[in-house]
Design a protein around this ligand. Structure first.
Ligand code: IVH
Length: 684
């Protein structure tokens, strides 16, 4: 294909070095774009490397050929002593904020008033990228300078570092580039790269970054651009500074389309709309997919689409009146850590929990957050009385991310893990090499473990006993009506109605639910026992390997290790569980109370034609429940996973399928309807 950028550039080896270098630069830059921005490589790595090293060699032989737009600069240069200052030709301002719908409505009203009562103006809605703002200056299509926003008037020259960002073009992809173009946008770090970076920091015992924005800022402001080059930063354009060209876009939308044409990365998630209602709808839409994005955003930015109308509205108090940020409720919140208490889980695991000065955020009051474990507290150097950052995002449990050291007071105190379980007084032990401390009381001594174990036993994925939740278990254990799971099946109407707030009807429902739960599967039963390290999937593997409970109880280490997914740690844990005669007795009592399951074929017996295939279920299927569909897949040897990846074999999509469907389509993974799944599972 003829590259319009090259004109009739020659590319034979007899070329003079200067035109050969020009050809190579353009080619490598073009392939970089296909690979890093379009995710669609146009040549093999081998071919790419050949071009790259030929260019590198030429530049070594002829140093004057190493131009500013040479891709060989992407690896970073010699460390700088300091950044020089850059005065922005046009200031980089900040935006006014709308935190509520009313504030947003007022902003739109203000525009309507100024423009004469009309709703017809268009508003461009962009994502508000959570990174740091930069200005990229292109002269005659070549990136000559990049600077941070700084105080808006003066920033720092980060050109060397910006050149290492592979999605930023070093030369614009236009045959006739503008004389001057200043592209404004945000440098961000993708969530995945952030996690990877922090893992690396942890390993090398270096300080972790609080969030992707800090990591992006820290990485861009490194004096050693060779390190920046390893951080895989990304960039999205959203605005323009100085511009000198015959063509000047008339709207924001036109500007971003033009950018795309010249290979400047622009986020495709954006919309041009009319009126407040459409803005609010788009806000909701983006809020619902926020967690699925590759990068963090903290809201949306709305701008009048028409540049001439933007000029008409102008600025007030150094903020544009034509644009506003519509923020999402904060995910990282600052508060104070009052105290650390420890909670005891069903396996005795001790989890430190932070008690916080309450903060009202996103419609809820936050008072607690997890601190994971003792090592984490020490590693992050979190002390009682510290000002802290807490992260609350999506469905995950809020966590303390870091202490704000600048605000640490002299009387802050380090956390000391208690030596005894706060619930039962047994010694807390921490086996060598394990991160988690545990209460050594076991469920016999420790009420917290007993309650946790019972709650797990009754939970949906275990015995699925409707109506037996935390509150009921608390009462049953506290009043010593129930000690073990087997006691649940001995409950009668009299003992239940004697509990607080328990009507006759509810008691009858609970008894009925207990009866129903007796008809279960072997896998659920094993999972319900709460053996350490035996999750749902291991329980299923065990259930298809061993014929019945007696066989499992009698299993040797060797037999256990032969089960797929069972390693030495899991095998030891199972052996230890059944070495305790109380546990064996419990199993026997449970079975004697009438718990049973249909005998399924053991591995190798039935058709295992889906062995090696991984399925992901998304949306609502017309007739099968999720559990039923999973059971069907698994009985044919397949696996069911929670998220879509390259390794997924099929995605089964029902109504209202969400981001998993989109991801499957992106990765080209075959989709199945329920009917197709049924067919596939029944095939022999
Ligand atoms: S437009 C006149 N668009 O938000 C200001 N800004 O408080 C024009 N930001 O410092 C800014 N995403 O770093 C704009 N799509 C977007 C943005 C965005 C993030 C940042 C930018 C700026 C801050 C404004």
């Amino acid at each position: 294909m003829l590259n319009p950028l090259l004109g009739n550039a020659m590319n034979s080896v007899e070329d003079d070095p200067s035109s050969r270098a020009k050809y190579l630069r353009t080619e490598v830059n073009r392939h970089d774009y296909s690979y890093h921005v379009l995710d669609n490589p146009t040549i093999s790595d081998f071919e790419y490397d050949k071009l790259f090293y030929e260019l590198k060699k030429l530049e070594i032989e002829h140093p004057d050929l190493r131009t500013l737009d040479s891709p060989t600069r992407r690896v970073g240069g010699a460390p700088l002593a300091e950044f020089s200052q850059v005065k922005h030709k046009i200031p980089m301002l900040s935006l006014g904020k709308a935190q509520t719908n009313d504030q947003l409505k007022n902003w739109v009203k203000g525009i309507q008033k100024e423009l004469g009562d009309t709703e017809s103006f268009q508003i461009a809605a962009d994502l508000k990228f959570d990174g740091l703002a930069v200005n990229l200056r292109y002269e005659d299509g070549i990136l000559v300078q990049a600077s941070t926003r700084g105080d808006g008037e003066t920033g720092e020259d980060v050109t060397e570092n910006i050149r290492t960002i592979r999605t930023i073009p070093l030369q614009l992809g236009l045959l006739f580039p503008p004389k001057i173009l200043e592209v404004r946008g945000e440098v961000v770090m993708f969530k995945e790269d952030f996690e990877r970076l922090n893992q690396k920091q942890r390993k090398s015992k270096s300080k972790e970054f609080v969030n992707p924005r800090n990591a992006a800022a820290g990485s861009l402001r490194l004096l050693d651009s060779k390190i920046t080059a390893q951080r895989n930063l990304k960039f999205f354009a959203y605005g323009v500074g100085s511009i000198e060209d015959e063509y000047v876009p008339k709207t924001h939308d036109e500007l971003l389309r033009w950018y795309k044409e010249m290979r400047i990365p622009v986020c495709d998630k954006r919309k041009v709309v009319n009126g407040v209602l459409a803005l609010l709808n788009y806000y909701k839409e983006i809020e619902s997919v926020r967690d699925d994005l590759d990068f963090e955003i903290d809201g949306l930015v709305y701008k009048l689409n028409d540049f001439s109308l933007q000029r008409q509205l102008g600025y007030r108090d150094r903020e544009p009146r034509f644009a506003i940020a519509h923020k999402f409720p904060a995910e990282i919140i600052e508060t104070v850590l009052l105290d650390i208490e420890v909670q005891v889980g069903r396996t005795g695991a001790i989890t430190p929990v932070a008690r916080l000065v309450p903060v009202f955020v996103g419609g809820v009051t936050l008072t607690n957050a997890t601190l994971h474990n003792e090592e984490e507290i020490q590693r992050k150097d979190i002390r009682l009385g510290d000002a802290v950052f807490v992260r609350r995002a999506g469905d995950v449990i809020p966590e303390v991310v870091a202490s704000i050291l600048e605000k640490r007071s002299a009387d802050s105190r380090p956390f000391v893990m208690p030596l005894q379980c706060p619930v039962c007084g047994s010694t807390i032990v921490k086996p060598e090499g394990e991160a988690i401390a545990r209460c050594s009381g076991g469920w016999i001594k420790c009420v917290a473990q007993r309650k946790g174990g019972l709650f797990h036993f009754a939970s949906r994925k275990a015995m699925n006993i409707d109506g037996v939740g935390e509150q009921l278990i608390d009462q049953l254990v506290d009043k010593q009506v129930v000690t073990t799971a087997a006691d649940l099946y001995k409950l009668g109407l009299t003992s239940l109605v004697a509990l607080d707030r328990m009507a006759d009807k509810s008691a009858q429902n609970i008894l009925a639910a207990l009866e129903v739960s007796k008809e279960t599967s072997f896998a659920r039963f094993i999972y319900a026992l709460g053996i350490r390290h035996v999750g749902e999937s291991t329980a299923k593997d065990l259930a298809t390997t061993f014929a019945n409970a007696d066989a499992l109880i009698a299993a040797t280490e060797e037999q256990l290790l032969a089960v797929s997914d069972v390693g030495p740690v899991v095998a030891k844990s199972i052996l230890a569980f059944f070495a305790d005669s109380l546990n064996v007795e419990l199993v026997q009592q449970l079975l004697a109370s009438g718990i049973h399951w249909p005998v399924v074929e053991q591995k190798g017996g039935g058709s295992q034609h889906l062995l090696g295939s991984t399925f992901v279920l998304t949306g609502t299927l017309p007739s099968l429940s999720r559990d039923q569909a999973s059971a069907m897949i698994e009985s044919a040897g397949g696996k069911v996973a929670g998220s879509v990846s390259k390794k997924t074999s099929y995605v089964v999509a029902g109504d209202d399928a969400g981001s998993k469907l989109v991801k499957a389509q992106e990765l080209g993974i075959p989709l199945l309807t329920e009917a197709e799944l049924l067919q596939l599972c029944s095939r022999n």
